[in-house]
Ligand binder design. Structure first.
Ligand code: SAM
Length: 305
């Protein structure tokens, strides 16, 4: 078995993520934690503030005091940190040991003495583990279930932890039929490439996606111009579609191109799945093209565990 190459981390990240973790990396999964560890070297107060604002806007609550917040698939740990700084009692978990290490690093760096932030290693596939966590006012599961390899069962497992009246935030890749198949191919190729080639491949895919969008936007702008309408509107629309959550463009792109396993869902399939289990849709944003649909559901009917 090829041992994954250890990435170069700055300062204390290097101390926290040890050789043992890298030796245990699963080669069939995208190394989310490695990507998050690199992202953490770009983390600053501005990004943390943007993450906090994005959480407040999503949950539609300013003060998180006394809320029990579960970050299911915490990744870098940025949203656990944001929720903790907003006052919530936070539990974070992830399947990937390097992601768990990243989340622990953020806790140690920003909230070393906090007893109101618990970081665990665990899986959405493990229903018993989830039940053992108790019940939460907010469950944040952004961009996770579509990377589990068993999306609907993992989502089903997670639902009992949402308190009656509690919210669950989901972001799930949009099903775009044949376009999603192309993305599946793009990700499969990434998995097969030697590590050294991967950044070039990611850059190439990013450039193609950018120029494709640029051409469409310029054409829309020209059309508006000849019909005497404001030609800048398509550019403004493009800019407003790029919602910031405090993440970094490059590491988001790596995650986007490499993220594997990969599944997609039509928004109506997610809506019906949740409705049939006693959840009401509170808020929803569609993706423009390839990306995630974002849902906020409230649990209106208790679910039997
Ligand atoms: C795209 S990242 C999203 C991270 C974070 N939620 C965010 O919004 O930035 C997906 C994360 O899901 C985690 N993940 C994948 N399968 C999982 C599972 N079965 N249980 C828990 N976490 C899982 C990955 O390790 C990764 O950290």
């Amino acid at each position: 078995m090829i041992k994954p190459r250890r990435p170069h981390f700055e300062g204390s990240i290097k101390n926290i993520i040890d050789e043992k973790v890298f030796a245990m990396s699963n080669k069939d999964r995208f190394e989310f934690g490695e990507n998050w560890a690199r992202f953490l070297s770009t983390l600053d107060d501005k990004r943390i503030d943007v993450a906090k604002q994005s959480l407040q806007a999503l949950i539609q609550v300013d003060d998180f005091k006394h809320l029990r917040f579960l970050d299911a698939g915490s990744g870098s740990g940025l949203f656990s940190l944001a929720a903790r700084q907003l006052g919530a009692d936070v539990t974070s978990f992830d399947l990937d040991q390097n992601s768990v290490a990243c989340t622990r690093l953020l806790k140690e760096r920003y909230c070393p003495d906090s007893t109101a932030w618990n970081v665990l290693e665990g899986s959405l596939a493990d229903r018993k583990f989830l039940i053992s966590l108790g019940h939460f006012d907010v469950v944040y599961c952004w961009g996770v279930v579509h990377h589990t390899g068993d999306m609907w069962n993992c989502l089903e497992n997670l639902l009992p932890v949402v308190k009656p009246g509690g919210r669950i935030v989901l972001a799930i890749y949009n099903d775009e039929a044949y376009v999603s198949k192309i993305w599946e191919g793009v990700k499969r190729i990434y998995q097969k490439l030697p590590e050294i080639i991967r950044p070039i491949y990611v850059g190439g895919v990013g450039a193609v996606a950018f120029f494709k969008r640029l051409i469409v936007t310029v054409m829309a702008s020209c059309l508006r111009l000849i019909t005497l309408k404001n030609p800048l509107v398509p550019f403004f629309n493009w800019a407003s579609e790029t919602k910031s959550r405090g993440m970094n463009g490059w590491y988001d792109l790596v995650d986007w191109v490499g993220g594997w396993p990969f599944e997609v869902a039509k928004p109506e399939a997610v809506f019906r799945f949740m409705r049939d289990r006693g959840f009401t849709l509170q808020d929803f944003s569609t993706s423009a093209g390839h990306g995630c649909n974002e849902f906020v559901f409230i649990r209106t009917v208790p679910v039997d565990v």
